[in-house]
Design a protein around this ligand. Structure first.
Ligand code: SF4
Length: 363
Protein backbone atom coordinates (compact mmCIF):
# COMPACT_ATOMS: atom_id res chain seq x y z
CA UNK A 1 0.00 0.00 0.00
CA UNK A 2 1.51 3.38 -0.96
CA UNK A 3 2.52 5.62 1.91
CA UNK A 4 0.96 9.08 2.06
CA UNK A 5 3.52 10.33 4.50
CA UNK A 6 6.26 12.81 3.61
CA UNK A 7 9.85 12.49 4.78
CA UNK A 8 12.42 15.26 4.84
CA UNK A 9 16.02 14.28 4.06
CA UNK A 10 18.95 16.66 4.57
CA UNK A 11 22.31 15.63 3.09
CA UNK A 12 25.63 16.62 4.66
CA UNK A 13 28.24 15.59 2.05
CA UNK A 14 31.41 15.83 4.15
CA UNK A 15 33.48 13.22 5.99
CA UNK A 16 36.83 13.44 7.78
CA UNK A 17 38.28 10.93 5.32
CA UNK A 18 36.84 8.92 2.46
CA UNK A 19 36.35 5.17 3.18
CA UNK A 20 37.77 2.92 0.45
CA UNK A 21 34.43 1.27 -0.42
CA UNK A 22 32.31 4.43 -0.46
CA UNK A 23 30.58 5.85 -3.51
CA UNK A 24 28.16 8.06 -1.60
CA UNK A 25 28.13 11.76 -2.29
CA UNK A 26 30.71 12.98 0.22
CA UNK A 27 34.11 14.62 0.14
CA UNK A 28 36.86 14.67 2.77
CA UNK A 29 36.98 17.76 4.95
CA UNK A 30 39.39 18.16 7.84
CA UNK A 31 37.79 21.43 8.86
CA UNK A 32 34.26 20.11 9.30
CA UNK A 33 31.18 21.28 7.41
CA UNK A 34 31.71 24.63 5.63
CA UNK A 35 29.39 27.30 7.02
CA UNK A 36 28.60 28.34 3.42
CA UNK A 37 27.01 24.89 2.88
CA UNK A 38 24.82 25.21 5.98
CA UNK A 39 23.84 28.73 4.90
CA UNK A 40 22.58 27.68 1.46
CA UNK A 41 20.33 24.95 2.92
CA UNK A 42 17.91 27.74 3.88
CA UNK A 43 17.45 28.81 0.25
CA UNK A 44 17.00 25.18 -0.83
CA UNK A 45 14.36 24.62 1.88
CA UNK A 46 12.47 27.78 1.05
CA UNK A 47 10.95 26.02 -2.00
CA UNK A 48 8.91 23.84 0.36
CA UNK A 49 7.69 26.41 2.87
CA UNK A 50 4.61 25.22 4.78
CA UNK A 51 4.80 21.56 3.64
CA UNK A 52 3.78 19.07 6.30
CA UNK A 53 6.36 16.38 7.08
CA UNK A 54 6.21 13.28 9.27
CA UNK A 55 9.88 12.25 9.48
CA UNK A 56 13.27 13.94 9.27
CA UNK A 57 16.54 12.23 8.38
CA UNK A 58 19.89 14.03 8.48
CA UNK A 59 22.29 11.81 6.56
CA UNK A 60 25.60 11.90 4.78
CA UNK A 61 28.44 11.95 4.63
CA UNK A 62 28.98 12.48 8.31
CA UNK A 63 26.39 14.82 9.86
CA UNK A 64 28.12 14.51 13.26
CA UNK A 65 30.85 16.75 11.77
CA UNK A 66 28.38 19.63 12.15
CA UNK A 67 29.14 21.93 15.08
CA UNK A 68 26.47 22.26 17.75
CA UNK A 69 25.76 25.78 16.42
CA UNK A 70 25.25 24.43 12.90
CA UNK A 71 22.97 21.67 14.22
CA UNK A 72 20.84 24.21 16.06
CA UNK A 73 20.71 26.41 12.95
CA UNK A 74 19.47 23.45 10.87
CA UNK A 75 16.91 22.59 13.56
CA UNK A 76 15.59 26.17 13.49
CA UNK A 77 15.44 26.11 9.67
CA UNK A 78 13.38 22.92 9.73
CA UNK A 79 10.85 24.21 12.25
CA UNK A 80 10.64 27.65 10.59
CA UNK A 81 10.10 26.17 7.11
CA UNK A 82 7.95 23.07 7.52
CA UNK A 83 4.80 22.11 9.33
CA UNK A 84 6.41 19.73 11.83
CA UNK A 85 3.38 19.09 14.05
CA UNK A 86 3.12 15.45 12.86
CA UNK A 87 6.85 14.61 13.02
CA UNK A 88 7.29 11.40 15.03
CA UNK A 89 10.82 10.41 14.05
CA UNK A 90 13.94 12.47 13.56
CA UNK A 91 17.11 10.54 12.73
CA UNK A 92 20.72 11.63 12.44
CA UNK A 93 23.59 9.54 11.15
CA UNK A 94 26.78 9.75 13.18
CA UNK A 95 30.27 8.31 12.96
CA UNK A 96 32.20 7.38 16.11
CA UNK A 97 35.15 9.72 15.57
CA UNK A 98 32.96 12.82 15.62
CA UNK A 99 30.49 11.96 18.40
CA UNK A 100 30.80 14.36 21.32
CA UNK A 101 28.51 15.07 24.23
CA UNK A 102 27.98 18.56 22.83
CA UNK A 103 26.99 17.26 19.38
CA UNK A 104 24.52 14.77 20.81
CA UNK A 105 23.05 17.35 23.20
CA UNK A 106 22.46 19.71 20.25
CA UNK A 107 20.86 16.91 18.22
CA UNK A 108 18.57 16.03 21.14
CA UNK A 109 17.67 19.72 21.55
CA UNK A 110 16.45 20.02 17.96
CA UNK A 111 14.31 16.90 18.38
CA UNK A 112 16.51 14.07 17.08
CA UNK A 113 15.13 10.91 18.69
CA UNK A 114 16.91 8.26 16.60
CA UNK A 115 20.63 7.87 15.96
CA UNK A 116 22.10 5.71 13.23
CA UNK A 117 25.73 4.80 13.95
CA UNK A 118 28.29 3.60 11.41
CA UNK A 119 30.25 0.80 13.06
CA UNK A 120 30.85 -1.49 10.02
CA UNK A 121 33.02 -3.95 12.00
CA UNK A 122 34.10 -4.67 15.55
CA UNK A 123 37.47 -5.88 14.28
CA UNK A 124 40.14 -3.15 14.15
CA UNK A 125 42.04 -4.81 11.27
CA UNK A 126 38.83 -4.90 9.21
CA UNK A 127 38.09 -1.26 10.08
CA UNK A 128 41.56 -0.26 8.87
CA UNK A 129 41.10 -2.30 5.69
CA UNK A 130 37.80 -0.49 5.02
CA UNK A 131 39.54 2.86 5.49
CA UNK A 132 37.48 3.69 8.58
CA UNK A 133 39.18 6.14 10.93
CA UNK A 134 37.78 4.83 14.22
CA UNK A 135 38.55 1.77 16.30
CA UNK A 136 36.05 -0.62 17.85
CA UNK A 137 36.87 0.87 21.26
CA UNK A 138 36.14 4.39 20.01
CA UNK A 139 32.78 3.14 18.77
CA UNK A 140 32.05 1.73 22.23
CA UNK A 141 32.73 5.11 23.84
CA UNK A 142 30.60 6.89 21.19
CA UNK A 143 27.72 4.44 21.67
CA UNK A 144 27.77 5.03 25.44
CA UNK A 145 27.81 8.79 24.88
CA UNK A 146 24.70 8.56 22.70
CA UNK A 147 22.89 6.20 25.09
CA UNK A 148 23.81 8.23 28.18
CA UNK A 149 22.47 11.34 26.46
CA UNK A 150 19.05 9.68 26.65
CA UNK A 151 18.69 8.27 23.14
CA UNK A 152 16.59 5.10 23.36
CA UNK A 153 16.55 4.38 19.61
CA UNK A 154 19.99 3.58 18.20
CA UNK A 155 20.78 1.72 15.00
CA UNK A 156 24.10 0.13 14.09
CA UNK A 157 25.36 -0.40 10.51
CA UNK A 158 27.68 -3.31 9.70
CA UNK A 159 29.37 -4.51 6.52
CA UNK A 160 29.94 -8.23 5.92
CA UNK A 161 31.63 -10.38 3.32
CA UNK A 162 35.06 -8.74 3.40
CA UNK A 163 37.77 -10.72 1.59
CA UNK A 164 39.17 -13.30 4.01
CA UNK A 165 36.24 -12.96 6.44
CA UNK A 166 34.73 -16.29 7.50
CA UNK A 167 31.28 -17.07 8.86
CA UNK A 168 32.97 -17.56 12.24
CA UNK A 169 34.66 -14.16 12.26
CA UNK A 170 31.40 -12.55 11.06
CA UNK A 171 29.61 -14.29 13.93
CA UNK A 172 32.02 -12.67 16.37
CA UNK A 173 31.40 -9.21 14.84
CA UNK A 174 27.63 -9.58 15.08
CA UNK A 175 27.76 -10.97 18.64
CA UNK A 176 29.85 -8.01 19.78
CA UNK A 177 27.57 -5.54 17.96
CA UNK A 178 24.35 -6.77 19.55
CA UNK A 179 26.02 -6.79 22.97
CA UNK A 180 25.61 -3.00 22.79
CA UNK A 181 21.82 -3.61 22.77
CA UNK A 182 20.93 -1.45 19.77
CA UNK A 183 17.29 -1.19 18.72
CA UNK A 184 18.06 -1.50 15.00
CA UNK A 185 20.61 -3.31 12.84
CA UNK A 186 21.46 -2.70 9.17
CA UNK A 187 23.68 -5.30 7.51
CA UNK A 188 25.20 -4.60 4.10
CA UNK A 189 27.18 -7.01 1.95
CA UNK A 190 30.44 -5.43 0.81
CA UNK A 191 30.00 -4.37 -2.80
CA UNK A 192 32.75 -3.08 -5.03
CA UNK A 193 31.47 0.14 -6.54
CA UNK A 194 33.07 1.44 -9.75
CA UNK A 195 35.48 4.30 -9.19
CA UNK A 196 36.24 3.46 -5.56
CA UNK A 197 39.75 2.53 -4.35
CA UNK A 198 38.51 -1.05 -3.81
CA UNK A 199 37.57 -1.26 -7.49
CA UNK A 200 41.01 0.07 -8.49
CA UNK A 201 42.63 -2.60 -6.32
CA UNK A 202 40.51 -5.16 -8.21
CA UNK A 203 39.12 -6.63 -4.99
CA UNK A 204 36.73 -9.54 -5.61
CA UNK A 205 34.02 -10.53 -3.14
CA UNK A 206 32.88 -14.11 -2.57
CA UNK A 207 29.10 -13.89 -3.08
CA UNK A 208 28.46 -17.47 -1.93
CA UNK A 209 30.23 -16.70 1.33
CA UNK A 210 28.21 -13.49 1.65
CA UNK A 211 24.98 -15.48 1.15
CA UNK A 212 26.02 -17.88 3.96
CA UNK A 213 26.79 -14.93 6.24
CA UNK A 214 23.47 -13.26 5.42
CA UNK A 215 21.51 -16.42 6.14
CA UNK A 216 23.30 -17.01 9.42
CA UNK A 217 22.86 -13.37 10.48
CA UNK A 218 19.10 -13.51 9.84
CA UNK A 219 18.70 -16.50 12.14
CA UNK A 220 20.99 -15.03 14.78
CA UNK A 221 19.18 -11.69 14.87
CA UNK A 222 15.77 -13.39 14.98
CA UNK A 223 16.94 -15.47 17.95
CA UNK A 224 17.94 -12.22 19.64
CA UNK A 225 14.60 -10.45 19.31
CA UNK A 226 15.11 -8.57 16.04
CA UNK A 227 12.49 -8.73 13.31
CA UNK A 228 13.59 -8.42 9.70
CA UNK A 229 11.45 -5.90 7.86
CA UNK A 230 13.61 -5.19 4.80
CA UNK A 231 16.33 -7.01 2.89
CA UNK A 232 19.14 -5.35 4.90
CA UNK A 233 17.28 -4.14 7.99
CA UNK A 234 16.21 -5.66 11.30
CA UNK A 235 14.59 -3.92 14.26
CA UNK A 236 13.26 -4.62 17.70
CA UNK A 237 9.43 -4.46 17.38
CA UNK A 238 8.32 -0.85 16.97
CA UNK A 239 11.80 0.45 16.10
CA UNK A 240 11.66 0.16 12.28
CA UNK A 241 12.95 3.25 10.47
CA UNK A 242 9.78 5.16 9.64
CA UNK A 243 11.68 7.47 7.32
CA UNK A 244 13.12 4.65 5.21
CA UNK A 245 9.73 2.94 5.15
CA UNK A 246 8.40 6.03 3.36
CA UNK A 247 10.85 5.38 0.47
CA UNK A 248 10.14 1.66 0.31
CA UNK A 249 6.37 2.21 0.42
CA UNK A 250 6.44 4.76 -2.37
CA UNK A 251 5.70 7.83 -0.25
CA UNK A 252 6.69 11.44 -0.83
CA UNK A 253 10.05 12.83 0.16
CA UNK A 254 11.79 16.17 0.11
CA UNK A 255 15.57 16.15 -0.31
CA UNK A 256 17.61 19.15 0.79
CA UNK A 257 21.31 19.56 0.06
CA UNK A 258 23.74 18.26 -2.55
CA UNK A 259 22.74 15.01 -4.29
CA UNK A 260 19.44 14.87 -2.38
CA UNK A 261 16.44 13.49 -4.26
CA UNK A 262 12.82 14.58 -3.92
CA UNK A 263 9.63 12.91 -5.10
CA UNK A 264 6.04 14.16 -5.04
CA UNK A 265 4.52 10.91 -6.31
CA UNK A 266 4.50 12.00 -9.97
CA UNK A 267 7.95 13.58 -10.45
CA UNK A 268 11.37 12.94 -9.02
CA UNK A 269 14.21 15.46 -9.07
CA UNK A 270 17.77 15.41 -7.79
CA UNK A 271 19.98 18.30 -6.69
CA UNK A 272 23.47 18.92 -8.09
CA UNK A 273 25.66 16.15 -6.65
CA UNK A 274 28.88 18.04 -6.01
CA UNK A 275 28.72 19.92 -2.69
CA UNK A 276 30.88 22.88 -3.78
CA UNK A 277 29.04 23.29 -7.09
CA UNK A 278 25.64 22.96 -5.36
CA UNK A 279 26.66 25.70 -2.92
CA UNK A 280 27.74 28.01 -5.78
CA UNK A 281 24.55 27.41 -7.76
CA UNK A 282 22.29 28.13 -4.78
CA UNK A 283 24.32 31.21 -3.80
CA UNK A 284 24.00 32.66 -7.32
CA UNK A 285 20.28 31.84 -7.66
CA UNK A 286 20.95 29.38 -10.46
CA UNK A 287 19.08 26.15 -11.07
CA UNK A 288 20.61 23.44 -8.92
CA UNK A 289 18.29 20.59 -9.96
CA UNK A 290 20.17 18.30 -12.33
CA UNK A 291 17.67 15.51 -12.99
CA UNK A 292 13.93 15.90 -13.17
CA UNK A 293 11.80 13.05 -14.46
CA UNK A 294 8.18 12.06 -14.64
CA UNK A 295 7.59 8.76 -12.85
CA UNK A 296 4.01 8.02 -13.77
CA UNK A 297 2.53 4.82 -15.23
CA UNK A 298 4.88 1.90 -15.91
CA UNK A 299 7.90 3.67 -14.35
CA UNK A 300 6.02 4.16 -11.11
CA UNK A 301 4.82 0.53 -11.10
CA UNK A 302 8.39 -0.72 -11.68
CA UNK A 303 9.67 1.46 -8.83
CA UNK A 304 6.86 0.31 -6.59
CA UNK A 305 7.97 -3.28 -7.21
CA UNK A 306 11.72 -2.62 -6.90
CA UNK A 307 11.28 -0.82 -3.59
CA UNK A 308 8.25 -2.57 -2.11
CA UNK A 309 9.63 -6.05 -2.70
CA UNK A 310 12.58 -5.14 -0.48
CA UNK A 311 10.14 -5.26 2.43
CA UNK A 312 9.41 -8.58 4.10
CA UNK A 313 5.73 -7.56 4.05
CA UNK A 314 5.87 -7.38 0.22
CA UNK A 315 3.43 -5.33 -1.82
CA UNK A 316 -0.16 -5.24 -2.95
CA UNK A 317 -0.45 -6.25 -6.62
CA UNK A 318 -2.73 -4.00 -8.66
CA UNK A 319 -4.36 -5.13 -11.93
CA UNK A 320 -1.87 -3.02 -13.92
CA UNK A 321 1.11 -4.58 -12.17
CA UNK A 322 -0.32 -8.07 -12.61
CA UNK A 323 -0.84 -7.39 -16.33
CA UNK A 324 2.74 -6.16 -16.83
CA UNK A 325 4.64 -8.46 -14.51
CA UNK A 326 2.41 -11.49 -13.93
CA UNK A 327 4.72 -13.68 -16.06
CA UNK A 328 7.80 -12.78 -14.00
CA UNK A 329 5.86 -13.40 -10.76
CA UNK A 330 4.85 -16.89 -11.96
CA UNK A 331 8.44 -17.71 -12.90
CA UNK A 332 9.84 -16.59 -9.53
CA UNK A 333 7.06 -18.33 -7.61
CA UNK A 334 7.88 -21.59 -9.43
CA UNK A 335 11.56 -21.13 -8.52
CA UNK A 336 10.65 -20.60 -4.85
CA UNK A 337 11.95 -17.01 -4.88
CA UNK A 338 8.56 -15.32 -4.43
CA UNK A 339 5.27 -16.17 -2.79
CA UNK A 340 1.78 -14.84 -3.41
CA UNK A 341 -1.03 -14.73 -0.91
CA UNK A 342 -4.25 -13.15 -2.15
CA UNK A 343 -3.16 -9.87 -3.76
CA UNK A 344 0.07 -9.68 -1.83
CA UNK A 345 3.41 -10.72 -3.31
CA UNK A 346 6.73 -10.91 -1.50
CA UNK A 347 10.18 -12.41 -1.71
CA UNK A 348 10.79 -15.69 0.13
CA UNK A 349 13.92 -15.95 2.32
CA UNK A 350 15.63 -17.60 -0.68
CA UNK A 351 14.47 -14.74 -2.90
CA UNK A 352 16.00 -12.25 -0.45
CA UNK A 353 19.35 -14.02 -0.84
CA UNK A 354 19.33 -13.29 -4.58
CA UNK A 355 17.26 -10.11 -4.44
CA UNK A 356 19.54 -8.22 -6.84
CA UNK A 357 18.86 -10.69 -9.64
CA UNK A 358 15.13 -10.88 -8.90
CA UNK A 359 14.52 -7.13 -8.61
CA UNK A 360 16.52 -6.46 -11.79
CA UNK A 361 13.69 -8.20 -13.72
CA UNK A 362 11.35 -5.31 -12.95
CA UNK A 363 13.56 -2.40 -14.02
S1 SF4 B 1 31.90 7.74 6.58
FE1 SF4 B 1 30.20 6.93 5.30
S2 SF4 B 1 29.79 8.55 3.79
FE2 SF4 B 1 31.79 8.99 4.74
S3 SF4 B 1 33.28 8.10 3.36
FE3 SF4 B 1 32.86 6.56 4.94
S4 SF4 B 1 31.17 5.33 4.12
FE4 SF4 B 1 31.30 7.20 2.87
Amino acid sequence: MPSFMTGLYIHIPFCRKKCVYCDFSSVPSVTGVPQSYVDVLAADMRRYRGEAIETVYIGGGTPSLLTSGQIRAIGALISDTFDTTAVTEMTCEVNPESVTLETIAALRDIGVNRISMGLQSTDDAALRWLGRIHTAHEFEIAFRTVRNAGCDNIGIDLIYGLPGQTVDSWRSVLEKAIAFHPEHMSLYALTIEPGTPLAERKIIVDQDMQADMYEWAGKFLAANGFVQYEISNWAKPGYESRHNLIYWRGGRYIGIGAAAASCDGRRRWVNERDGAQYTRLVQTDNNFVVDDECIEGPIRDAEHLMLGLRLTAGILVTDDIRMRHGGAFDQFITQGLMEMSGNNVRLTPRGMLVSNQVLREFV
